[in-house]
Design a protein around this ligand. Structure first.
Ligand SMILES: Cc1ncc(COP(=O)(O)O)c(C=O)c1O
Length: 370
C-alpha cells in the first residue's frame, strides 16, 4: 500500500516536527502566563517570544497583537467589536467573516475573483455611518490575492475600518501590515504548520475596540481567558519556520502550474478559477467537466489522496461553492470543481500520483481522455 498523499493544506496543515516538539515541551512544563512565580514567568516569556516572532514576520508592533482561540474568533472580534455598526463584506469571505454580523452589505468580486474596488468606493459613499469593511488577503478556495492596499486607501478616504482576514496568506506570501495598510488582520496557526485552535488578531489601533470574550484581563484586556501557552509557542515556532521557508513556498507554484497543465491535457475543457489573477503559489481550483466534486473527492480518497470539494452539503443537498457563484460561475460548472492545495511536504511524485488517479477517474467516468 503506497503512502497517503495530502493535498488539502488550505483546510489544515500537518504541524512541523519543531512545532510538535515545542508544544510537547511547554505542555509538560506547565505554567500560567499570568502567574508571577518562575513557571509563570517562563510561560509568559514563551508567549511574548511568539508575539515577537509574529510581529517580525508581518511588520507589526508587538502591542498590536492579541492571541485568540482561532482565526474564526479573530474575525468575529474584528467585525463585532469595533464599535461600528455598518458592515460591508466581500462576497468571497470565509464564513467566519460572512456570518460574524447578521446583516452585512455584500461587495461584489469580478469573474477574476478580485474585489470590485469601484463598488467598494460607491458603497462607502452611500452612508456616513461608521463602517467596517471586510476583505480577505487570499481566498481559501481559489487562492486569489485581493487588492488590499488599494482597498485600504479607499477605506481611509471614507474613514472606514478595513479588516483583512489574512488566515490563508500568512506564511505563504510576504505580508507587511504597514504596506498593506488595513486596520486589523486575522491569522490562524494551523494554516502554516502550527497547531489548530490558536489565532491572532492584529489591531493597528485599539482605541474604542471592545472584547468578544469576557473575563480576566489577559491580552491587554481585549481577550479574556488563560493563554494557550503551548499552542501560542507552537504558533511562534511555525511563524519563524515559515519566514525561513517563504522562498521555498513560492516554488510550489512550479508544481501547481505543472499540475494545472497536466489536468488540462487530460481534460482540455477543464477550467482553472482565478488563473489570470495573482494567486497563492500552492492553491488550485479546477473542474473535471461532467464529474461532480464529490465523486472526484471520493475517488481520490480511495486512491489515497486527500483533496477538497469546497462545496457544502446542507441537509443532504449539495450546494455550489458560494465563492465560485460570487465569481459568476454557473452552478453545474461549480459543482464539478475541486480544490488541490499544496504544502511543506508536497513533492513532485505526489503531483504525479494525483494526475494518474485523476486521469483514471476521467476515463472511468466515460469521457475519452486526450
Ligand atoms: C480564509 C479563512 N479565514 C478564516 C478561517 C478560520 O480559521 P480557524 O480555522 O482558525 O477558525 C479559515 C479556515 O479555514 C480560512 O480559510
Amino acid at each position: 500500500m503506497s503512502e497517503r498523499i495530502y493535498l488539502d493544506y488550505n483546510a489544515t496543515t500537518p504541524a512541523k516536527p519543531e512545532v510538535v516538539d515545542a508544544i510537547a515541551e511547554i505542555l509538560a512544563r506547565g505554567g500560567n502566563a499570568s502567574s508571577i512565580h518562575q513557571p509563570g514567568r517562563a510561560a509568559r516569556s514563551a508567549v511574548e517570544e511568539a508575539r515577537g516572532s509574529l510581529a517580525d514576520l508581518v511588520g507589526a508592533a508587538t502591542e498590536e497583537i492579541l492571541f485568540t482561540g482561532s482565526g474564526t474568533e479573530a474575525n468575529n472580534q474584528a467585525l463585532r467589536c469595533s464599535g461600528r455598526q455598518r458592515v460591508l463584506c466581500s462576497t468571497i469571505e470565509h464564513e467566519s467573516v460572512m456570518f460574524a454580523h447578521p446583516d452585512p452589505i455584500p461587495l461584489p468580486v469580478g469573474v477574476n475573483g478580485m474585489l470590485d474596488l469601484d463598488a467598494l468606493d460607491s458603497a462607502l459613499s452611500e452612508s456616513n455611518d461608521p463602517t467596517v469593511v471586510a476583505v480577505m488577503l487570499a481566498n481559501n478556495e481559489t487562492g486569489v490575492i485581493q487588492p488590499i492596499a488599494e482597498a485600504a486607501d479607499i477605506c481611509a478616504r471614507h474613514g472606514a475600518w478595513l479588516h483583512c482576514d489574512a488566515v490563508q496568506a500568512l506564511g505563504k506570501i510576504p505580508l507587511d501590515v504597514t504596506i498593506l495598510g488595513a486596520d486589523s488582520y486575522a491569522f490562524a496557526a494551523h494554516k502554516l504548520a502550527g497547531p489548530q485552535g490558536v489565532g491572532a488578531l492584529i489591531l493597528r489601533s485599539q482605541k474604542s475596540f471592545g472584547r468578544l470574550i469576557h473575563g480576566g484581563g489577559q491580552e491587554r484586556g481585549l481577550r479574556a481567558g488563560t493563554e494557550n501557552v503551548a499552542g501560542i509557542a507552537g504558533f511562534g515556532v511555525a511563524v519563524r519556520l515559515a519566514e525561513q521557508a517563504l522562498d521555498g513556498f513560492a516554488q510550489l507554484a512550479i508544481l501547481r502550474d505543472d499540475l494545472e497543465r497536466r489536468v488540462g491535457v487530460i481534460a482540455p475543457g477543464r477550467i482553472v478559477f482565478g488563473a489570470a489573477s495573482p494567486r497563492l503559489p500552492n492553491t488550485s481550483k479546477f473542474t473535471m467537466p461532467g464529474v461532480s466534486s464529490e465523486t472526484q473527492v471520493m475517488a481520490m480518497d480511495l486512491a489515497g489522496i486527500s483533496i477538497s470539494a469546497g462545496s457544502a452539503c446542507a441537509a443532504g443537498k449539495v450546494e455550489p461553492p458560494y465563492v465560485l457563484s460570487a465569481m459568476g460561475v454557473a452552478d453545474d460548472v461549480a459543482l464539478t470543481a475541486v480544490r488541490v492545495s499544496l504544502g511543506w511536504r508536497t513533492r513532485e511524485k505526489d503531483i504525479d500520483r494525483f494526475v494518474a488517479a485523476w486521469r483514471e477517474l476521467f476515463k472511468r467516468a466515460g469521457i475519452r481522455a486526450a
